[in-house]
Design a protein around this ligand. Structure first.
Ligand SMILES: C[S@@+](CC[C@H](N)C(=O)[O-])C[C@H]1O[C@@H](n2cnc3c(N)ncnc32)[C@H](O)[C@@H]1O
Length: 213
């Protein structure tokens, strides 16, 4: 069971209409941003990829196209309805699989990954769970592999645009505001990663944080 302060475990109505709701909230841009973030990880043919919180499978399909038949993708998620959508979306893709697991529990896959990817999950975890997830990413990556986290940028409330204030501090859970104001790269570096770079999207509101093992 996740924290009471978190909203990233998606069920019921929200899960059923997740893609539509995200589309409405982002003026139809959500899936496009996810696909851009996937390409921004530097993924290539034959790569082995793990995703934590794979949701409705938007990133899975994009990774699948890029890695080709010689690559492998495993998405982990705890939401049954979200995973059912992902399985349906990726049903023709032979290099994709999904597993129902909590990502703060120890995750062991039968390969070392080139990339561990997360999108819009990290901000909704309490710090002790962030720590467990980061350790999971580290364990499952090969040396030199990339931990790619697509999420809110580092923004102080007083400097935020009205849209960022509405989205992060009103519509999102309290953890999202804490995430935006923390020094996330420094936090991740504590667990052995080297901070590689950040790529900004949508007028700087979202960031793709890239860390190297
Ligand atoms: C906000 S959604 C993001 C989904 C997708 N990554 C995206 O960007 O559209 C968060 C996803 O993470 C999953 N999730 C949240 N907490 C989790 C946990 N502790 N373990 C596994 N999955 C989790 C939810 O079920 C949901 O599918």
């Amino acid at each position: 069971m996740g924290s009471q302060r978190s909203k990233v475990e998606i069920k019921g109505f929200e899960a059923k209409y997740y893609d539509i709701l995200m589309g409405l909230l982002t003026f139809g841009q959500y899936n496009k941003w996810i696909r851009r973030a996937v390409r921004g990880t530097g993924v290539g043919r034959g790569f082995n990829v793990i995703e934590f919180g794979s949701g409705t499978g938007v990133a899975a399909c994009e990774f699948s196209k890029i890695i080709g038949e010689s690559g492998r993708y495993i998405g982990f998620d705890i939401g049954e309805e979200m995973m059912a959508k992902a399985i349906k979306k990726c049903r023709k893709r032979k290099n994709v699989e999904f597993a129902k697991e909590r990502i703060e529990h120890p995750i062991r896959v039968p390969f070392k990954a080139d990339i561990v990817f997360m999108s819009f999950v990290m901000h909704g975890l309490e710090n002790q769970d962030k720590e467990k997830v980061i350790k999971n990413a580290y364990h499952n990556l090969k040396e030199g592999g990339i931990f790619a986290v697509f999420d809110y940028s580092q923004i102080k409330y007083q400097d935020a645009s009205w849209f960022a204030k509405l989205l992060i501090w009103k519509l999102e859970c309290p953890l999202a505001g804490e995430f935006a104001e923390m020094n996330f790269p420094e936090f991740v570096k504590n667990y052995g990663f080297e901070y590689s770079k950040v790529k900004k999207y949508f007028r700087g509101l979202f960031s793709l944080y890239l860390f190297r093992k």
